[in-house]
Unconditional design. Structure first.
Lengths: 167, 348
């Protein structure tokens, strides 16, 4: 993958990997890429990419356990953002075609993102309010409804909340 | 008697046995090892609601400091009683023990407060069921009919997380070796004084848990190359085994439930079934390895380090293996036991 300077919006220090710096790049199209030099490699390469910086960081930490994150400027990357992968609720065929489902939780809000090859396909936002996870409009393809329900129930069980649809 | 196993053991007792931490000796009474389900017959030194690492270290330190050792049943007296608990308002069949070493009282007193419910004094006993109670009342109990196993820490019934005596055995082997070396050198040696009769030395086992797990993965899935398992009925409700070790979702959930670390890290697995569990295992290989290690450790605890028996237990479960032993089934020649044993012998 090649990026020209014109396509880059922001570059941030993401941390260190095996003694080498890792940069987090946001493209003007809103895509995030973590770049760095893993052990044994001579050139920088894309280590992780995605539609949300916290998801990029989450996948980076899983793929490279020796990655040491830096203090991030971005609120979206602060320690208070919790990412979980719920792709085990997706059917085998959706997984094979590169789909994933994540939840991104921060400041009383949980966003569920469905991605394909790391690019966002659907996003569903919800809010933790009065002991309930409150959803507004839910607009996802019907093939993803089971996975969204599974991801939602995992978050609801984790927080011991109820589910409420419609604000 | 076996048909009545566990009768008279209250359900809240079983629940506590599964959920709490216990410093205990497992015991064998008249050849029987289990109280009910997979709960071993045991004599608790102290039950803890929780046992974080620092408290666990304190327990280990105090066991050593007070010199708590495995009791010699010949020096003890046992009396079957029905104990009425003022706390739970229930009756418990018990074998009350007198003559325990004072070190046990010291240990109990030290951990009396702030670790969960405590009796006012250390009350050495073994909870038994009605069948054993009746049997002992009828025929009595000779000292050689009761055997105390190693002192261990259990996280949930039958899930040993620390064995004090194993360490001690290790030290004693070193001591014995040193003793032989000095006597060969012609120096006079003095036998160290021990509170406890010297343990019988066992031949060094070549068994290795990692090798065992690799053998299981080889037999179950050709080390992850073929993870297509058929659906299983009965208690498995049509679920299939999953992953490279061919673990049943039920076993995975049970193992997570019984292990605090797994529960805090992978607690969501408790609610997963069927394909969702299969995919979760696939996405989390560290979790799969951790569950397999814990499950094997549990089987080793029940059946020792015999690859054939462990291979059988991996397929048939703990209860199934005990049943097979009881009915004198030829475990060594069972197809799965043979496959695992052959794979273990091949594995380096």
């Amino acid at each position: 993958m090649e990026l020209t300077p014109n396509e880059i919006d922001v570059v941030e220090d993401a941390g260190m990997l095996d003694g080498n710096p890792v940069k987090l790049i946001r493209t003007k199209g809103g895509f995030w890429i973590a770049c760095g030099k893993p052990r044994g490699k001579y050139k920088d390469e894309a280590l992780s990419a995605g539609s949300h910086p916290a998801i990029v960081k989450y996948n980076l930490e899983r793929a490279f356990p020796s990655f040491q994150p830096a203090m991030m400027k971005s609120e979206l990357l602060s320690e208070n953002v919790k990412v979980e992968k719920h792709s085990h609720f997706l059917s085998d065929s959706l997984r094979k075609s590169g789909h994933d489902i994540y939840s991104v939780e921060s400041s009383g809000k949980i966003e569920f993102q469905i991605t394909k090859q790391n690019a966002k396909v659907y996003s569903v936002e919800s809010e933790i309010k009065d002991g309930a996870l409150v959803f507004g409009e839910i607009n996802v393809g019907k093939e993803f409804t089971r996975a969204l329900a599974g991801a939602t129930s995992e978050k609801v069980l984790e927080h011991k909340m109820k589910i409420k649809i419609g604000k | 008697m076996s048909d009545k196993k566990g009768v008279g053991v209250p359900s809240d007792y079983k629940k506590e046995a599964h959920n709490k931490f216990d410093v205990l000796w497992k015991v064998k009474i008249k050849g029987r090892k289990l109280l009910a389900d997979d709960i071993p017959l045991h004599c608790s030194l102290r039950v803890f609601d929780d046992l974080p690492k620092e408290d666990m270290n304190k327990v280990k330190e105090k066991i050593e400091e007070f010199g708590v050792h495995t009791p010699d049943s010949k020096k003890l007296t046992f009396k079957p009683i029905i104990f009425h608990s003022k706390q739970t308002h229930r009756d418990y069949y018990m074998l009350k023990i007198s003559g325990m070493d004072g070190a046990c009282d010291k240990f109990f007193e030290y951990f009396k407060k702030d670790y969960g419910f405590s009796h006012p004094k250390f009350m050495a006993h073994i909870t038994i069921d009605k069948a054993l109670y009746d049997d002992i009342n009828k025929d009595g109990l000779k000292p050689d009919e009761i055997e105390f196993d190693d002192l261990t820490i259990e996280e949930g019934a039958g899930n040993t997380i620390h064995d004090f005596e194993n360490l001690e055995k290790g030290f004693k082997h070193v001591g014995a070796a040193l003793g032989i070396a000095t006597s060969l050198a012609g120096s006079p040696t003095q036998t160290p004084k021990m509170d406890k009769p010297p343990m019988q030395t066992k031949p060094q086992s070549q068994y290795n848990s990692k090798r065992m797990l690799a053998s299981i993965a080889d037999v179950e899935s050709s080390k992850g190359k073929n993870e297509n398992y058929p659906a299983v009925g009965g208690i498995h409700h049509g679920e299939s085994a999953v992953g490279r070790y061919g673990l049943m979702p039920n076993t995975i959930r049970e193992t997570v439930h019984m292990n605090r670390d797994l529960k805090s890290k992978y607690g969501k697995a408790l609610n997963l079934k069927g394909d969702d569990m299969r995919r979760y295992i696939h996405d989390n290989p560290d979790f799969e390895n951790a569950v397999a290690e814990h499950h094997l450790k549990r089987l080793e605890h029940h059946f020792g380090q015999n690859p054939s028996k462990l291979g059988y237990a991996w397929l048939e479960g703990i209860r199934g293996t005990y049943n097979a032993e009881k009915h004198k089934k030829d475990i060594e020649n069972h197809w799965h036991a043979k496959k695992i044993r052959d794979a273990y012998n091949r594995e380096k």
